[in-house]
Ligand binder design. Structure first.
Ligand code: HEC
Ligand code: HEC
Length: 490
């Protein structure tokens, strides 16, 4: 199902178009990761607005919930947690239900199109074997084929999101097929084929691998001076101060390297993101982003408000907390963040390397940059936007542009005092979290493109930096939706 291109109007896009195993099921095309970040959809001139997240370990996120005592949200899938699991009780299954009807992704105009195309799939008998013989007892009207071949958001639909005319009973059956399809995908993503716990680090936990001195130093920094494990949980305590020693026993757990929460790390706006430029109607009369650079990614905050670019929030009680989470994104698992095809075995220049994009807007092009940001965000902070660092400074080296969203910035990191070598050791540790060490990672060797070579991980991709235009005020469809962000967002 992940590889089935028929689950798109043009029969030209599958989940795998944006998620391939050789990139740990994240963005498969290096040039996109390097530049426009968001991947093209079934209509190739439409693209989403964030980097494709990895599938591994996404199924382990719990149902999205507000912890009243801590005053924090946990769980859900997507960068803004909008796949909550509210209905199916599995965030990852509800996540799978997003792309097929996302106008910038696989782009069906109606969820019933999934049942329709599955009813024609070669694997239909397998689906019926698992979910029941009568699964497809649905009378699809003759025009269904034509409707499902037209991308969602097209002007001909006049805003109707259920253009396939089905009886109430058939609509319910089509919805059930859609739910079952999503559960099947979740089941695969949770299996050892995708989430196998087969990394060096897992072997180390089992006493079957000895970390190299650099990897071990990186592990200690990860839960020590770097304070990374206060969010990317590794089953150890945090020893922030140099005179602290962790004398506790490791917790008996299978660390997922996430707390399932969200945080605003203060990442600069990335003007390379294709979303900013989709301001004119396409050939179907659809406009992905009428606000251009008036778009701001408030992450979880926009989801709680059901605002432009996210939603809908199924629980009205959550809405009041939006101002406390503006700018927050999901704490991704760092498992497999460094996974790259064996032919180009690293994400770091000089390589030979495979170009990835990190964080929700792909601003970072190497793990070295990510760690350097955590280390020096506040030390080298400048009140400029990307592409405008002062003369004599180098962006991402000794100049960090201001955050896209200034509210609720997490101050756990930002000035860690790590040396250059210590940063590299943390990167070396992150690389021990790639699956495929104890047994091969399935289909990780199918990359047929070229590797990239040369340069330095510190400035990797800097040749593609473009100056951010003068930013118009945040659009009212985003920043003007109650409860209004506080302080207000420029
Ligand atoms: C056009 C590119 C594209 C396609 C096609 C696509 N995705 Fe994604 N995927 C993304 C992007 C971008 C995100 C992050 C989106 C966000 O947070 O708003 C994402 C997020 C996810 C996540 C969330 C992981 C997490 O940790 O929360 C999973 C799982 C996933 N996709 C699976 C799928 C499946 C299954 C399909 C097919 C049904 C699919 N994707 C199709 C681009 C795509
Ligand atoms: C306060 C919580 C918090 C702390 C502490 C923290 N992180 Fe993160 N981490 C996050 C969040 C939230 C994201 C996603 C941010 C985004 O996309 O805007 C993230 C993303 C990442 C990613 C990118 C993952 C991806 O899929 O692109 C890496 C790598 C990472 N963190 C490593 C680290 C390291 C190394 C440290 C310690 C130096 C650290 N983190 C400390 C919350 C945290």
């Amino acid at each position: 199902m992940l590889y089935d291109r028929n689950i798109s109007p043009g029969k030209n896009q599958a989940c795998a178009s944006c998620h391939m195993p050789y990139a740990a099921f994240s963005g498969p095309i290096p040039s996109v990761n390097l530049t426009m970040v968001a991947f093209p959809g079934t209509v190739h001139l439409r693209a989403g607005k964030r980097t494709p997240q990895r599938h591994p370990y996404a199924p382990f996120f719990p149902v999205f919930q507000y912890n009243q005592v801590q005053g924090l949200f946990f769980g859900g899938n997507f960068w803004d947690s909008r796949a909550t699991g509210y209905k199916l009780r599995i965030p990852d299954a509800e996540q799978a239900q997003g792309p097929p009807v996302d106008t910038q992704e696989m782009g069906f105009p109606d969820t019933a199109c999934i049942a329709f195309r599955l009813s024609q799939a070669v694997y239909r008998p397998l689906f019926e074997e698992v979910w029941g013989e009568g699964s497809f007892d649905i009378k699809f009207p003759r025009e269904t084929g034509r409707i499902c071949a037209t991308p969602g958001g097209a002007a001909v639909f006049g805003g109707n999101t259920t253009p396939v005319p089905l009886s109430a009973g058939d609509r319910t059956r089509a919805n059930i097929v859609y739910d079952r399809w999503a559960q099947s995908i979740d089941s695969f993503e949770q299996s050892v084929h995708v989430s196998p716990f087969s990394s060096k680090f897992d072997a180390f936990l089992a006493g079957k691998y000895t970390l190299t001195p650099d990897e071990m130093a990186g592990f200690k920094l990860f839960n020590g001076k770097g304070n990374c494990n206060s969010c990317h949980l590794d089953g150890r305590g945090t020893t922030l101060k140099s005179d602290q020693a962790d004398t506790s026993a490791a917790a008996m757990m299978n660390p997922l390297f996430t707390c399932f929460g969200s945080a605003n790390e203060g990442v600069p706006l990335n003007p390379g993101n294709a979303f900013y430029y989709q301001t004119k109607p396409d050939s179907y009369g659809f406009i992905a982003n009428p606000y251009g650079f008036g778009y701001r990614d408030l992450g979880l905050g926009s989801f709680l408000r059901s605002a432009f670019g996210s939603g809908p929030n199924p629980n009205l009680n959550w809405k009041q907390y939006a101002p406390t989470v503006d700018g927050q994104m999901q704490v991704s698992s760092v498992r497999d963040v460094a996974l790259a095809p064996p032919q180009c075995p690293t994400t770091e220049a000089p390589g030979p390397y495979f170009q990835k994009a990190f964080f929700h807007n792909g601003y970072f092009k190497s793990l070295k940059q990510v760690v350097h940001f955590y280390n020096t965000r506040d030390k080298y902070a400048y009140p400029v936007t990307s592409g405008h660092c002062p003369k004599g400074t180098t962006e991402k080296v000794d100049c960090w542009p201001m955050p896209e969203v200034r509210n609720n910035i997490d101050m756990t990191t930002g000035n860690l005092g790590l040396t250059d070598e210590e940063e590299n050791q943390i990167v070396a540790f992150l690389q021990t979290l790639s699956d495929g060490f104890t047994r091969p990672y399935l289909n990780s060797d199918t990359y047929t493109g070229a590797c990239m070579k040369g340069g330095s991980a510190t400035t990797q991709g800097n040749e593609h930096l473009i100056p951010t235009p003068l930013l118009p005020a945040c659009a009212s469809a985003i920043c003007g939706v109650a409860p209004i962000p506080s302080p207000s967002i420029p």
